[in-house]
Design a protein around this ligand. Structure first.
Ligand code: SF4
Length: 438
């Protein structure tokens, strides 16, 4: 039929949904290519969590204007969180009239239909649903992660953090049935996948919208108890909802990674209140203590935002203090970016860009120092690595991740790919460790 290129922005959820788009395209006979210039269909799966992601997507869509003029048969589609914002799809089509298909997050399963309509002669397909529909289990995924696979356990979010656009573009929480999740995970493991990441905006509220379904700790246990040796991770956890039951299950099941991503966002209880996070800095620290007393080796990673409206110097100092106290293994650090339609965008006391820049620089420097120290502490230790690819920067070397998620490069035969390998760590840097197979 032809070729396709999918350009993905944003989080793991989008990466995983692009795997669904790929399955739909392949189902219609298209095959993937590396460059948009070689493709017959180009899909932009967009993100609107930060302004920067929107700007990049717009820049890249605009860059295809001439290509589309040269090849009118080229089909350009735009979907994802950006298009689901109120009025955004229409504005996009006005700005980029050469785009053929626009659809939102709720109707991604119908992309195949829109493609057929466009090919059938319909000039423009603009299809957005106002509301989330039922979960469709019939559309599969064309996974691209080697021995690693994402598995969605739920969609949407009920939390309405005051800075976040996600509940407006992804709808309320909807959990998949556990029988469907377990069937999918089992099939992946049978097919050679060795690491599963269970995905949801707030995995800890899994099952609460369904009756007769397990809650998250039970689901996690059932996944971990499937036969064989493999790894299970999950993200994202909300600090107000992560509980001792989850931690107890992690401690019990060898297949569940001792690794938790627990976004703190700020170390100031006042800023957390304004963010509508519904926990205080003290609550967060109590959760960290609970995790570490049950699982002393558990890797902890986080998300931290600086420059939220009203963040005073003392609030930022509280964030630095919390980072020093917790000593995260790593952190995704962000500068607050106002999102139209969210309560925080209209709050007074927006922080000037220069102040945001200074704070993020200071925060990154602190976290890098901690991450380096924690990496250096692994030198001389033997860790288990799931070998998942060749190290493209070093001939003869493979790479993979530890249970805690650290990247390790080591000399090894490609026959080791897909296997768990014991590696003694010899050197440590901020982004990767180096070691030898023992
Ligand atoms: S928990 Fe908060 S930050 Fe996370 S997706 Fe929901 S609203 Fe956004």
């Amino acid at each position: 039929m032809g070729t396709y290129k999918i350009v993905t922005y944003g989080c793991q959820m989008n990466v995983h949904e692009s795997e669904k788009l790929a399955a739909i395209l392949k189902g219609q006979g298209y095959s993937p290519v590396d460059r948009a210039e070689e493709a017959d269909v180009v899909v932009f799966n967009t993100c609107c969590v930060r302004e920067n992601a929107e700007r990049r997507a717009e820049g890249n869509i605009g860059a295809l204007k001439n290509l589309k003029a040269e090849r009118p048969d080229l089909i350009l589609a735009v979907c994802g969180c950006m298009t689901q914002q109120k009025g955004r799809a229409e504005a996009l089509l006005k700005k980029f009239p050469f785009v053929d298909i626009v659809f939102g997050t709720y109707n991604i399963d119908e992309f195949g239909l829109y493609l057929q309509r466009r090919r059938g002669g319909e000039k423009k397909v603009l299809q957005l649903w106002e509301k989330e529909g039922p979960i469709d289990e019939s559309v599969g995924y064309d996974r691209s992660g080697g021995v690693h696979a994402y598995v969605n356990i739920m969609y949407g979010c009920n939390n309405f953090c005051s800075y976040c656009i996600v509940p407006y573009v992804r709808g309320r929480e909807r959990s998949r049935k556990s029988v469907d999740i377990l069937r999918e995970v089992k099939a992946l493991l049978d097919g050679g996948i060795r690491e599963i990441t269970l995905l949801g905006q707030n995995v800890n509220s899994y099952g609460q919208d369904l009756t007769g379904e397990p809650e998250f700790p039970e689901l996690l246990e059932q996944v971990g108890d499937l036969p064989g040796k493999f790894r299970v991770r999950f993200m994202t956890s909300h600090p107000k909802d992560l509980n001792e039951r989850v931690v107890r299950v992690l401690a019990k099941s060898p297949n569940l990674c001792n690794s938790i991503h627990l976004p703190v966002q700020s170390g100031s209880s006042e800023i957390l209140r304004r963010m509508n996070r519904r926990y205080t800095a003290e609550d967060y620290l109590a959760k960290v203590d609970m995790i570490r007393s049950a699982l002393p080796e558990c890797a902890l990673t986080t998300d931290i935002m600086v420059g939220f409206p009203g963040e005073r110097e003392e609030d930022f100092a509280d964030t630095l203090k919390l980072v020093e106290r917790v000593r995260f293994d790593s952190a995704f650090t962000f500068v607050y970016s106002p999102r139209k339609g969210t309560p925080a965008a209209g709050m007074p006391d927006q922080i000037p860009p220069a102040v945001k820049k200074r704070r993020i620089t200071e925060l990154v420097a602190l976290q890098n120092r901690i991450s380096e120290q924690k990496a250096a502490a692994l030198i001389g230790q033997t860790v288990e690595v799931l070998a998942d690819g060749e190290d493209l920067k070093k001939k003869g070397f493979l790479c993979g991740r530890t249970e805690g998620g650290r990247l390790v490069s080591f000399r090894g035969d490609p026959a080791l790919l897909g296997q768990f390998v014991s590696v003694r760590i010899q050197a440590a840097g901020l982004s990767a460790l180096r070691g030898e197979v023992v």
